[in-house]
Write a protein that binds this ligand. Structure first.
Ligand SMILES: [Zn+2]
Length: 351
């Protein structure tokens, strides 16, 4: 039994993957973050990785945001951003992630550090991801998270400032932050402008707020995907709508448990959504802060929700479909995934 468990874990670790909901700042490997703290912070309380791990514990969403900003305060130079994207992509490539669409939130930094600009941060992240592609072959695109709390005016400013990077490493716009205090409707014009300029659209919704927030993201922002969508179950009409249009849900199960927007695995709707035919994808959100990984997220589906390997394969391929890749790129990716599934299945499960 133990042998089978190990084999399954290795298999899941090695399957090809696409990650669609990951915040670069929340995915920074702890060693890299510890390096930043030593270089920049002169923080006497964090003497080693254990101290750092203990700092990354939250009892609610508000506290999580506080720790988020604390961590960001050690990322202060452009070279840090280049290192950040390089190290995150390196760690993903070690889990055979082939393609990533990663969020970053430049305003979290530029408002607190006058040396930094959104363009400069974007360029540094692009530099890091180019190096990661050269070294590990991992492809990636950036999604700028305008963060609800900064309001629509600042969001509009970012869209205008950054649209020159579209097609050069930037692909879309996202909307994280305080979902209840800043409803999607505030950002209708920003999303309209973004769409007109060629940004692809996603928005966090149904994480800290309910089904009405998901409706708002769909109807008032015209978003193509929903970040989380956890609380869609509150409205059966919404479930029908999401299924009918196959609107992708960027689900992040461990994150939902750690921020306690969902109380337990038992209460999490991921298996029901999958069974009901919704377009479920598997993602890790802020893996370093939630002590998870994209591999762990797949294992959680098997171990906590009883997903079969055939079901895992389906959600695995869903992420290709749900991505912002072109149809041609998706075809190539599907071919790669098919080959690797075949190779790994015979390596691990056939004599
Ligand atoms: Zn997120």
């Amino acid at each position: 039994m133990i042998e089978l468990t190990n084999r399954l874990e290795q298999f899941i670790g090695e399957i090809p993957k696409v990650e669609l909901h990951l915040h670069l700042e929340g995915a920074v490997p702890l060693e890299t973050l510890f390096g930043f703290i030593q270089n920049r912070g002169n923080n006497k309380l964090i003497k080693n990785l254990e101290n750092l791990k203990k700092r990354l514990v939250y009892s609610n969403f508000t506290q999580f945001i506080k720790v988020w900003l604390w961590k960001n305060s050690f990322i202060t130079e452009y070279e840090d951003f280049e290192e950040l994207s390089y190290q995150v992509l390196k760690s993903l490539s070690q889990q055979n992630v082939k393609y990533v669409e990663a969020f970053y939130s430049p305003r979290d930094f530029t408002l607190r550090n006058r040396k930094l600009s959104a363009c400069g941060i974007t360029e540094s992240l692009i530099e890091g991801k180019k190096r990661a592609f050269d070294d590990f072959g991992i492809q990636s695109e950036l999604i700028v998270d305008i963060v609800r709390d900064y309001g629509p005016r600042m969001g509009m400013g970012l869209i205008k400032e950054l649209s020159g990077y579209l097609g050069r490493g930037l692909i879309g716009i996202g909307l994280g932050g305080s979902e209840k205090l800043f409803p999607a409707g505030f950002f209708t014009k920003v999303y309209q402008e973004a769409r007109d300029r060629g940004f692809r659209l996603t928005a966090h919704a149904g994480e800290a707020d309910g089904a009405k927030s998901i409706w708002a993201a769909l109807n008032e922002l015209g978003t193509e995907r929903i970040g989380h969508g956890l609380r869609a179950y509150e409205d059966p009409r919404l479930i029908d709508y999401l299924r009918g249009r196959q609107i992708p849900l960027e689900m992040c199960v461990v994150s939902n448990i750690k921020t306690q927007v969902c109380k337990s695995f038992k209460e999490h709707p991921v298996k029901n959504y999958f069974k009901e035919g919704l377009m479920v994808t598997v993602n890790s959100d802020d893996p370093s802060m939630f002590d998870t990984s994209i591999t762990d997220e797949y294992l959680v589906l098997i171990q906590k929700f009883g997903f079969s390997l055939a079901e895992i394969r389906k959600v695995n391929f869903n992420s290709i479909e749900a991505s912002f890749m072109t149809d041609e790129e998706k075809d190539v990716m599907r071919g790669t995934f098919n080959k690797e599934w075949e190779r790994l299945t015979s390596k691990y499960f056939e004599k």
